[in-house]
Design a binder for this molecule. Structure first.
Ligand SMILES: *[C@@H]1O[C@H](CO)[C@@H](O)[C@H](O)[C@H]1NC(C)=O
Ligand SMILES: *[C@@H]1O[C@H](CO)[C@@H](O)[C@H](O)[C@H]1NC(C)=O
Ligand SMILES: *[C@@H]1O[C@H](CO)[C@@H](O)[C@H](O)[C@H]1NC(C)=O
Ligand SMILES: *[C@@H]1O[C@H](CO)[C@@H](O)[C@H](O)[C@H]1NC(C)=O
Ligand SMILES: *[C@@H]1O[C@H](CO)[C@@H](O)[C@H](O)[C@H]1NC(C)=O
Length: 478
């Protein structure tokens, strides 16, 4: 990169020298203000710093993840500017070449005339000298007048000489322009090819890094829970409400399932605003009653625990029918292993960045929490993890990035007390408080799209923000 640019710098200064001459000489000759083409406006300084930089902050004050990509503004853009500048220069040189051609045609004609004039005048001069020598014999008044006129004309000779010099300069300049033009074209081609390759590589590298960054950013460790914001106050003390984490950005349907038993009516709202105002768009009458409040909507389907069973049902809203149902093997149900508040909350279905999960307890695991990853189509258990945390001592639990977070109570003073990573099959005691504003939580679920916790807080539908901690290595430029 550097050699061509340095070369360009040198060229620019030599062009500037020429341009000085141009601006002084050409306007007078061609009546065209060529100086306005000069000087080239961009600096020829080259910044040595190169490379894309991907910065990411752990979180902003609102708990949102931020990924900042800093393009190598200075150098890439300046290189871009240099290419552009080169292109402009080239164009200018070509334009000037054209001007020179025009000028040349004109001066060629004038020059011929001047040459003729000069010869004539020189001839005249010689003739007069001759006549002067013979002045004794030819002493006429007329002669003196003629001589005086001739003397007036004499200063014209150096002017014409100068004109000739100028013409020579123009010729030389033409050649220089032609040379320069060729060099510039060469540089442009070289630079163009280099830039394309470089740019392509950089874009590829950027893409990889961005994907990497996003992957790391979408997952992190829970650090803080902020809020809540009370979205609505409605329903009984126990219930569930949710949005679909896999829905598209503009699809923000809200589903509302009041009470933990004896109900099979799901209310749907087109948007959060409709939910707040109570403008229902649809209701679904499920073929079975649900148990508890730990349902989840995932990819357009509702997953819920069928009343008085450990059967998980997948119900498609669009098709209005059950797509799959399967018993969660050994899972306790009917208040055998509920959360602290009871309410048939034995089986908790949830979704995170990784997929669909069921959280429950079994006799085999001594009533401690079991985490199972479910196949969202068949409801088969893909893999299970046995934790050591007693389900009946858990207030609620939710999954973020494959880590289960368990609260120690559903009452005031509740905090996230325990976490279990399915990635490392290890647990940790935590101390992450959150504001249990209405003193009783019967549902708490993470929504990966909104990066929020949806909660049913004693007949209030509330949202918490979460702050996830990410460690991102900022890679050096390749
Ligand atoms: C030529 O252009 C320069 C720069 O734009 C300007 O300063 C100058 O007045 C112009 N001269 C004429 C004769 O137009
Ligand atoms: C060169 O000339 C063309 C046409 O005369 C004009 O459009 C263009 O702007 C000129 N380029 C430069 C760099 O002056
Ligand atoms: C133009 O280039 C030729 C060949 O490289 C060189 O001989 C000549 O001196 C150059 N002319 C000028 C005016 O630089
Ligand atoms: C969501 O459902 C669509 C079809 O409706 C399917 O193509 C897609 O793979 C599903 N996504 C996940 C993550 O299951
Ligand atoms: C979460 O953060 C977003 C973005 O700053 C903000 O608009 C929203 O009100 C916050 N929600 C809660 C529950 O704090």
């Amino acid at each position: 990169m550097r050699p061509p640019l340095l070369q360009l710098g040198a060229l620019l200064s030599s062009m500037a020298v020429i341009s000085n001459w141009m601006s002084q000489t050409l306007p007078a000759l061609v009546g065209r203000n060529t100086s306005r083409l000069w000087p080239p406006d961009a600096s020829t300084q080259v910044s040595p710093k190169e490379g894309w930089q991907v910065y990411s902050s752990a979180q902003d004050p609102d708990g949102r993840c931020i990924c900042t990509v800093v393009a190598p503004e200075q150098n890439l853009c300046s290189r871009d500017a240099k290419s552009r500048q080169l292109r402009q220069l080239l164009e200018k040189v070509q334009n000037m070449s054209q001007s020179i051609e025009v000028l040349n045609l004109r001066t060629q004609r004038d020059f011929q005339y001047v040459l003729k004039m000069e010869t004539q005048m020189k001839g005249l001069k010689a003739k007069f000298r001759q006549i002067e020598d013979d002045r004794k014999t030819l002493m006429t008044k007329h002669f003196q007048e003629l001589k005086e006129k001739m003397d007036e004309l004499l200063p014209l000779i150096p002017v014409l000489e100068q004109y000739k010099t100028d013409a020579r300069l123009i010729t030389q300049f033409k050649e220089e322009i032609r040379n320069l033009s060729a060099v510039l074209t060469g540089i442009q081609e070289e630079l163009g090819a280099y830039d394309y390759e470089e740019l392509h590589l950089r874009v590829l590298s950027l893409e990889t890094r961005l994907r990497d960054c996003m992957k790391k950013l979408t997952c992190g460790k829970l650090m803080k829970i902020t809020g809540p914001i009370t979205v609505k106050t409605s329903g009984t003390r126990f219930g569930a409400w949710m949005t679909d984490p896999l829905a598209s950005e503009k699809n923000n349907r809200v589903w509302y399932m009041d009470s933990y038993t004896n109900n099979k009516i799901v209310r749907e709202y087109k948007s959060m605003a409709d939910f707040v105002s109570g403008a229902e768009s649809r209701t679904y009458n499920l073929p079975f009653k649900w148990a508890g409040t730990n349902h989840v909507v995932y990819n357009g389907s509702l997953y819920f625990n069928k009343y008085q069973s450990n059967i998980v049902i997948k119900y498609s809203f669009d098709l209005g029918r059950v797509l799959a149902q399967r018993s969660l093997e050994n899972a306790g149900f009917q208040n055998v292993y509920p959360y602290t508040w009871g309410g048939f909350s034995d089986i908790d279905l949830m979704a995170d960045e990784i997929g669909l999960w069921a959280v429950y307890a079994t006799n085999q695991n001594a009533g401690n929490i079991v985490i199972s990853q479910l196949n969202p189509d068949t409801l088969e258990v893909a893999k299970s993890w046995n934790t050591g945390y007693p389900k009946r001592s858990a207030g609620e639990s939710f999954m973020i990035c494959g880590t289960l977070y368990v609260t120690n109570s559903h009452l005031t003073g509740a905090k996230v007390y325990y976490s279990y990573s399915t990635k490392t099959s290890s647990y940790e005691y935590t101390d992450i408080p959150f504001h249990n504003q209405y003193f009783h939580i019967s549902m708490l679920d993470y929504n990966a799209r909104d990066r929020a916790l949806y909660a049913w807080n004693n007949g209030h539908q509330v949202l918490f923000n979460v702050t996830l901690f990410h460690i991102i290595k900022t890679e050096d430029d390749t």
